[in-house]
Design a protein around this ligand. Structure first.
Ligand SMILES: Nc1ncnc2c1ncn2[C@@H]1O[C@H](COP(=O)(O)OP(=O)(O)OP(=O)(O)O)[C@@H](O)[C@H]1O
Length: 193
C-alpha cells in the first residue's frame, strides 16, 4: 500500500446510470483535492467510493495506508447522546489509543469544548457540522473525505476548518472535499465532475 490516493480512469454508476467517468488524479501526503460540479453529478458518490462504500463501474482507486474518515450526512452523531459521548462512540470504532483524550482535543479544535455535555439534538446546524468535523479529526485517519464541509459554518468556523485542513496536510494527511461553496484554501487541486 502506498501513501497516496491514486484514482485511475474512474467511472461510477448509481441506479444503473453512469454518473461520471474518466476521473483521474494522484493525491500525495499534504495534497488537497476540491471536487466541484452541479447537483446530482455524483460528488457524494465519489467520496463514498473513496471511502470504500460505493461500487466502481470502471477504473480503480488505491487508498493510502493510515485510515479513512468520511464526513457526510450518513455518519450522523447519535442525537440522543451528549456531544462527547457520541464522538467517543465513533472514536472507539475508528480504533487507536485513548479515545477520550482524542475527542476532548478534537472538540477544542472545533471550538465545541463548552458544549461537550450538551445532547447532539440541541446543536445548531453549524455546531452539528463542527461536531462532524471533530469526529474526523479525532479519527486520526490520514485520508479525510469531507462532503460539503463549509455548509452552515460562520466566518470563524470557516477559518478553523481551513486551519485544521492546513494542519492535517502539514502532518502528511490528504484531504478530498466536495463543495458548492468556494473554499479559501491555498494550493489545492481542482477536480470538476
Ligand atoms: N442509493 C441510490 N440509488 C440510486 N441512485 C442514487 C442513490 N443515491 C444517489 N443516487 C443518485 O446518484 C446521483 C448522484 O448523487 P450524489 O449525491 O452523489 O450527487 P452530488 O453531486 O453529491 O449532488 P449534490 O450536489 O446535490 O449534493 C443522483 O442523481 C442521485 O439521485
Amino acid at each position: 500500500m502506498s501513501d497516496a490516493l491514486i484514482v485511475a480512469d474512474l467511472a461510477v454508476a448509481r441506479g444503473g446510470r453512469t454518473l461520471f467517468e474518466n476521473v483521474r488524479f494522484i493525491a500525495r501526503p499534504g495534497d488537497v483535492i476540491v471536487v466541484t460540479g452541479p447537483n446530482g453529478v455524483g460528488k457524494s458518490s465519489l467520496l463514498r467510493v473513496f471511502a470504500g462504500l460505493g461500487r466502481i463501474e470502471r477504473g480503480s482507486v488505491e487508498r493510502p495506508g493510515g485510515g479513512v474518515a468520511l464526513m457526510d450526512e450518513a455518519h450522523a452523531l447519535d442525537r440522543g447522546a451528549t456531544v462527547q459521548a457520541a464522538l467517543r462512540f465513533w472514536a472507539r470504532l475508528d480504533g487507536g489509543p485513548d479515545p477520550t483524550t482524542r475527542v476532548a482535543a478534537a472538540l477544542e479544535d472545533v471550538a465545541l469544548g463548552d458544549l461537550a455535555d450538551v445532547p447532539v439534538r440541541l446543536l445548531s446546524a453549524g455546531q452539528r457540522r463542527r461536531a462532524a468535523l471533530a469526529r474526523v479529526v479525532a479519527s486520526g485517519a490520514r485520508l479525510w473525505l469531507l462532503d460539503e464541509p463549509a455548509n452552515a459554518l460562520d466566518a470563524a468556523a470557516l477559518d478553523r476548518l481551513a486551519a485544521l485542513v492546513a494542519r492535517h496536510r502539514g502532518q502528511g494527511g490528504i484531504v478530498v472535499a466536495a463543495t458548492h461553496q468556494p473554499l479559501a484554501w491555498d494550493d489545492v487541486q481542482q477536480v470538476r465532475l
